[in-house]
Design a protein around this ligand. Structure first.
Ligand code: SF4
Length: 312
């Protein structure tokens, strides 16, 4: 069960913004949900991350890149978290230097891996571990790209410390920082300033968003969000359909409604401000781009990278 944790920064913001409140405050709707009715899929772990865990915290699913979960703690817990089966179990998620050395050994044995993605939980809640991981993997000649997935600039901007910025600055590889943004109300002065400081440290910023009922299921909200993000130096990258995870069903938006919103966004936003609208396929078979209403297509199912038919 995902714990409830809300930072002071977000508590203040939630007082003025129902969209922020809906993302972080517990709702009884989370109880007794089995996961969007997709009985043939694993609705606890739809991306099958447990299956691909090679050594503690390291998930190797795609040939050239690995996902590294540095912690299971976050500054605040999003109620729609797709990893809610384990996020907030902080003790279970502790990653030691010895664990990182085991990951290093795995990478050395698999030279086709050229990219590491630090995630969690939120890696910025464990700055010492993150700095050690950045130093360890940043030194590896085979690693060409480093990514950090975080919500700290939104959920607790003060976690982006001078120390972390200095560690990012030292890395010779490009460091891409992916930040979850769901609503324009999240773009406070502190958050904008934090993005600016990250960019000054050399990080390349991109945004990830999820369609969420009662938060951002409107053209006007998302148009404003993506237009503002590009102005503050964050490239909107992916707009996801909410995954069919147990206990987050109430956040899933009607598919036809999403398509209509996404189509209108594509029509009116610049190519730079437009994120790719995707479904992260249940069973962990990759992110499939959704065609928009400029085309006629069968909306009842799509095929994943392996050709398996899936209901959206
Ligand atoms: S910050 Fe990320 S990992 Fe943490 S609760 Fe939110 S979505 Fe889940």
């Amino acid at each position: 069960m995902l714990a409830v944790k809300i930072s002071d920064h977000l508590k203040k913001l939630a007082k003025q913004s129902p969209a922020v409140k809906n993302q972080f405050y517990f709702s009884n709707l989370e109880l007794h949900q089995k996961g969007a009715g997709l009985k043939s899929f694993n609705c606890e772990d739809p991306l099958l991350e447990e299956k691909y865990e090679k050594t503690k915290g390291l998930i190797h699913k795609y040939r050239s890149r690995v996902l590294i979960l540095l912690t299971l703690s976050c500054a605040s817990y999003c109620r729609f978290c797709t990893r809610r089966r384990k996020v907030s179990e902080i003790k279970k998620g502790v990653i030691t230097k010895a664990d990182i050395q085991k990951m290093l050994a795995y990478l050395l044995k698999n030279p086709e891996i050229n990219e590491v993605i630090f995630s969690g939980g939120d890696p910025l809640t464990v700055p010492k571990t993150l700095k050690y991981a950045l130093k360890t993997f940043g030194r590896l000649a085979q690693i060409k790209i480093i990514r950090i997935g975080t919500r700290a600039p939104v959920s607790q901007p003060k976690l982006v410390t001078k120390d972390i910025l200095a560690a990012i600055k030292k890395i010779k590889q490009p460091v891409y920082v992916g930040i979850h943004f769901e609503h324009p109300d999240e773009l406070t002065e502190e958050t904008i300033e934090t993005c600016h400081r990250l960019r000054k440290a050399g990080a390349i910023l991109f945004g990830q968003s999820v369609f969420l009922k009662g938060v951002n299921d409107s053209y006007e909200i998302l148009e404003k969000l993506f237009s503002r993000l590009i102005e503050i130096g964050v490239k909107p990258y992916y707009l996801y359909r909410c995954a069919p995870v147990a206990s987050i069903e109430h956040f899933r938006v009607d598919f036809e409604k999403e398509l209509a919103i996404a189509t209108k966004l594509r029509k009116n936003l610049s190519g730079l401000a437009w994120p790719t609208y995707v479904i992260d396929t249940p069973d962990g078979n990759g992110k499939v781009p959704v065609p928009l209403n400029f085309w006629e297509f069968n909306k009842k199912y799509f095929k994943d990278f392996l050709g398996k038919k899936i209901k959206p």
